[in-house]
Design a protein around this ligand. Structure first.
Ligand SMILES: Cc1ncc(COP(=O)(O)O)c(C=O)c1O
Length: 372
């Protein structure tokens, strides 16, 4: 073993314009570099309370049960499924992209009777079709993805869908991994029961925490479980004791990530959530105009286009992977390609959190102009 072969770590400062992670502001990185304290230190307990309060603001909720789960967005997804699915429960999953499909897979693994409501990738769902699907059986849960990162769609009419779901006596799980902190979300006003996100997209902290919230209706259903949650780590009865007033040890929280998320959420609060949504919208509109001018029109119709992730339609015959490689190697810019049925047909360009700035839009458009 020759330790000299391992050079000093010196990562590139990339312009991250892919589907996440997004760029992290210097003050968030400084917070991350503070020395860790113990997981029950009074300083961290006070900071955890602040994180919960700031997260309630980001989610626009008063839900008592609001905290970040240790893990990436998928851990938030699994917290939702593991706690609210019992074997044999009916789950309706609205599927029109990669992440909605993952929800169906996960619910099946926890023993749910999964009914898929499939649409082609890149489409969204109406309350009427959710209503019709729910009328055909008995369902405990409906899963829906708000911002679908594989396609660039924004699921609109969430409040109406929540109403339909409640009329059928079910709960709504909403995935906001790609939208929280970038696109309007109002958990209480929309009456969403269970919602999760990720730290690394529009919130612009590093990957590693999954904001999670559940309302009193969901907690009543949780209290009626007949079986133990089979996933020990993600059981909200244990997690809520760590995050609640008792601060009972559950696992060693990723302290430095708590610092980073707190700072990222403090930035969001300072900017103001409406201003934050408006910035994402106006930067996305600049990008859309520039892409149109380059002959790369966004694939998703304006009515349900996601501001935080744009998916331009690529011309036939273009070597899209070579352009992405050059963007990364020569311009230091990351964007992503499509996958699944959209492989080779679209790019995925994120304008999320600290990446969502005019200078980055201009830089990307100029670079693409040179390369095309
Ligand atoms: C909509 C959506 N849901 C879930 C996930 C999973 O999150 P993670 O990769 O952080 O585990 C992602 C990640 O890109 C996502 O975009």
């Amino acid at each position: 073993m020759n330790p000299a072969q391992y050079r000093d770590l010196n990562t590139s400062t990339r312009v991250l314009l892919g589907p996440g992670p997004s760029m992290v502001a210097p003050r968030v990185l400084r917070a991350l570099a503070q020395p860790p304290v113990g997981y029950l230190d009074p300083e961290i307990l006070a900071l955890m309370d602040e994180v919960k309060e700031l997260l309630r603001y980001a989610f626009q909720t008063q839900n008592d049960l609001t905290f970040p789960v240790s893990g990436t967005g998928t851990a938030g997804m699994e917290t939702a499924i593991a706690n609210f699915v019992e074997p044999g429960d009916g789950v309706l999953t609205a599927i029109s992209g990669f992440f909605s499909d993952r929800l169906a897979d996960m619910a099946g693994r926890y023993g749910a009777q999964v009914t898929r409501l499939d649409r082609p990738w890149g489409e969204i769902f109406t309350p009427e079709e959710i209503d019709a699907a729910l009328s055909k059986g008995k369902f405990k849960l409906v899963t829906l993805v708000h911002g679908e990162t594989s396609t660039g769609t924004l699921q609109t009419r969430v409040a109406e869908i929540a109403e339909v779901v409640h009329n059928h006596g079910a709960l709504l799980i909403l995935d906001t991994v790609a939208s929280l902190g970038g696109v309007p979300i109002e958990i209480d006003a929309w009456d969403v029961d269970i919602c999760y996100s990720g730290s690394q997209k529009c919130l612009s902290a590093p990957p590693g925490l999954a904001p999670f919230t559940a309302n009193p209706r969901a907690m009543d259903v949780f209290a009626q479980r007949k079986t133990k949650v089979v996933n020990w780590y993600l059981d909200i009865s244990g997690l809520s004791q760590y995050w609640g007033d008792a601060h009972k040890y559950h696992h060693t929280g990723p302290i430095n990530m708590f610092y980073a998320l707190r700072e990222a959420l403090r930035m969001l609060a300072e900017e103001g959530i409406e201003n934050r949504w408006a910035r994402h919208r106006s930067m996305a509109e600049n990008l859309w105009q520039g892409l149109e001018a380059l002959g790369l029109p966004p694939r998703v119709p304006l009515e349900y286009r996601l501001a935080s992730l744009t998916t331009p339609q690529l011309p036939e015959g273009i070597d899209e992977a070579a352009i992405r490689r050059t963007l990364l190697n020569e311009y230091n810019i990351e964007i992503a390609g499509g996958f699944g049925p959209l492989a080779g047909k679209i790019w995925r360009i994120g304008l999320m959190g600290h990446s969502c700035r005019r200078e980055n839009v201009t830089l990307l458009l100029a670079a693409l102009g040179e390369l095309l």
